[in-house]
Design a binder for this molecule. Structure first.
Ligand SMILES: [Zn+2]
Length: 133
């Protein structure tokens, strides 16, 4: 079976790939600031785009038919963007809640550590690469 030396090599290999499980405090220190920054940026964008999403109703009487179509298209685009922002906002809130529940960084299907590589790309991911695939 596995000799002590091959076990040591395996452990070294795991360390090298960054797959050892970090503590909840380490994970929170590493990933919470970026999540909070992104959430603040999303809230700011939502506030800034509120006017663009309202413009058609406000200008309905004042503008001609063609510019109204432009305005409707612009409004539809803004609403699409806002829907994506809202979905991302919910994903970030859910990630922040996982800090509180001491579940952040661990796969919701198999419970394994998701890995820093994957979390660095998107700290909102909830599954490890095997379960997500
Ligand atoms: Zn998994």
């Amino acid at each position: 079976m596995a000799s002590p030396s091959s076990l040591a090599l395996l452990v070294a290999g795991v360390r090298e790939w960054g797959m050892e499980e970090p503590s909840d405090a380490e994970l929170e220190a590493r990933y919470r600031p970026a999540l909070e920054d992104e959430r603040a940026a999303l809230s700011a964008q939502t506030a800034q785009s509120a006017d663009a999403r309202q413009v058609v109703e406000l200008d309905q009487q004042a503008v001609g038919r063609l510019s109204r179509m432009d305005a409707l298209q612009g409004q539809a685009m803004q609403k699409g963007l806002e829907a994506r922002r809202a979905a991302r906002h919910r994903a970030i809130d859910a990630a922040l809640q996982r800090f509180a529940d001491a579940e952040f960084g661990f796969c919701e299907d198999c419970g394994d550590f998701i890995g820093h590589g994957r979390l660095s790309v998107d700290p909102c991911v909830t599954r490890c690469v095997s379960c997500a695939g």
